[in-house]
Design a protein around this ligand. Structure first.
Ligand code: NAI
Length: 418
């Protein structure tokens, strides 16, 4: 750690802080009455400056914070070092840690006996349940911010090992409508553009999946003047894409004419051999969905005669017939694993992490009323985060009048007409 530039870590945190106004409001609010006082809270996430501001705010809420990475490739050592200089915060992580070291860091966090976990893909929660099950007895709860994590928790519940409540922050409107749509959309396109140094305008962009992420990707690619095709497996989503003005096609059709392919489905092998066989020379393949599984990278490598890193993070697969198919970041998340990647923009993470934080505070306050299992974040919590954000933007809201409120609650015709 000796050559780590701690000063740079502090500057990165300062920049993120400037663009995370909800967290600033929460730090102010918590200074009077810290709601997490006396609790050891573990954070497992991508460790960079925005997560750092989240960690600082948890400490301001009174928690003793221990943190570790959810993915060794995304850890920024300077930010980790800058956080470790702050009172009430202890982190265990190093960029590029191998599997054994990565596990040791997680175990060091668990050794502190966290009573609450703010998790990514349920990594730390699953490790606690698997390796240190005796700690589950003092676990008050968890908050989970990924689709994968929510699924894992549900699997844990089914297997009878989930004896604590968890809020599915991933499923809350404040996460999905902004993080998945705008965060994934903007950061993925930005990284493809920088990694390839190619134009979007006029290109045939194929987006696989028209869920929250897919909608953002498709809309933003259209905003960059690309011609966008959507592929889907769900008829209503396909129809929605069609009525929103996108071309809808099967991957088999789109493979033949696409220039840039972006997957966001959560499913494996969405683009595979039968599609690679039909693709044009020079296509770009990027994934914005689940880990590294949506593009069959192994199948592609197997079909290739030779591989060449044509630009950092971009691997050209030369086919026996001379076509080059360019895979970005080994098919890992383009907005997190590409060489230029910095994850989602700060404003989006301000909202996502604030929802995590407010959900954690709510869960701790209502721990006795919650049954073990995965729960939706209470609507009031989600709305409050939105209201704080609007307030920081100086955007005013109208309020329902008494008559409007009464109208909404009425069912008798006489009352409705009154
Ligand atoms: P979602 O469930 O709203 O959308 C997924 C869509 O893909 C659905 O409409 C589904 O019908 C469709 N789909 C499934 N299999 C398909 C196939 N073989 N071909 C075409 N379409 C298919 O999920 P959401 O929120 O859009 O997330 C998608 C993935 O992106 C998840 O794995 C999630 O974890 C990941 N994600 C990635 C982020 C990032 O930073 N890159 C941020 C947020 C989510």
């Amino acid at each position: 750690m000796s050559d780590v530039d701690i000063e740079l870590g502090h500057r990165k945190l300062a920049w993120a802080r400037q663009h995370m106004p909800i967290h600033a409001r929460l730090r102010e609010r918590f200074s009077a009455q810290p709601p997490l006082q006396g609790l050891t809270v573990a954070v497992c996430s991508h460790l960079e400056a925005k997560t750092g501001v989240f960690i600082e705010t948890l400490a301001a809420a009174g928690a003793e914070v221990v943190f570790t990475g959810s993915e060794p490739g995304s850890t920024q050592d300077d930010v980790v070092a800058a956080l470790n200089e702050q009172p009430g915060i202890t982190g265990f992580a190093r960029r590029g840690a191998d599997e054994g070291e990565f596990r040791c860091y997680h175990m060091s966090v668990l050794d502190r006996g966290p009573q609450f976990i703010l998790d990514d893909a349920a990594e730390l929660t699953a490790r606690m349940a698997g390796d240190r099950p005796e700690l589950l007895a003092s676990l008050v709860g968890t908050c989970e911010q990924t689709t994968t994590g929510v699924r894992r928790l549900q699997a844990m519940l089914k297997d009878g090992v989930m004896d604590f409540p968890s809020y599915a922050v991933n499923d809350s409107p404040m996460k999905r409508y902004f993080d998945n749509v705008h965060g994934t959309g903007e950061s993925t396109l930005a990284n493809i553009a920088v990694a390839t140094n190619l134009l979007f305008a006029g290109q045939q962009v194929v987006v696989a999946g028209y869920g929250y992420c897919g909608r953002g990707l498709a809309e933003k690619a259209r905003g960059w003047n690309a011609q966008v095709t959507v592929t889907e497996v769900e008829p209503r989503r396909a129809l929605e894409a069609h009525m929103n003005g996108f071309r809808v096609a099967s991957m088999a059709e789109a493979a033949a004419y696409g220039d840039i392919f972006i997957t966001a489905t959560g499913n494996p092998e969405v683009i595979r051999r039968e599609h690679f066989e039909r693709m044009k020379d020079g296509v770009v393949l990027a994934n914005a969905g689940h880990f590294n599984v949506e593009i069959d990278a192994a199948g592609l490598a197997d079909m290739a005669e030779s591989l060449e890193e044509c630009r950092p993070g971009l691997l050209a697969h030369r086919m026996p017939d001379g076509r080059r198919l360019n895979l970005l970041a080994e098919g890992r998340l383009a907005n997190l694993a590409a060489p230029t990647a910095m994850g989602h923009p700060a404003e989006v993470m301000d909202q996502t992490f604030a929802t995590q934080l407010m959900a954690a505070v709510h869960l701790v306050a209502h721990r006795d009323a919650l049954t073990p299992g995965v729960h939706a974040v209470p609507d009031a919590v989600d709305r409050e985060v939105a209201a704080i954000k609007l307030d920081t933007l100086g955007i005013a809201l109208d309020r329902l009048t008494q008559r409007q409120e009464a109208f909404a609650d009425a069912w008798r015709l006489a009352d409705i007409q009154a």
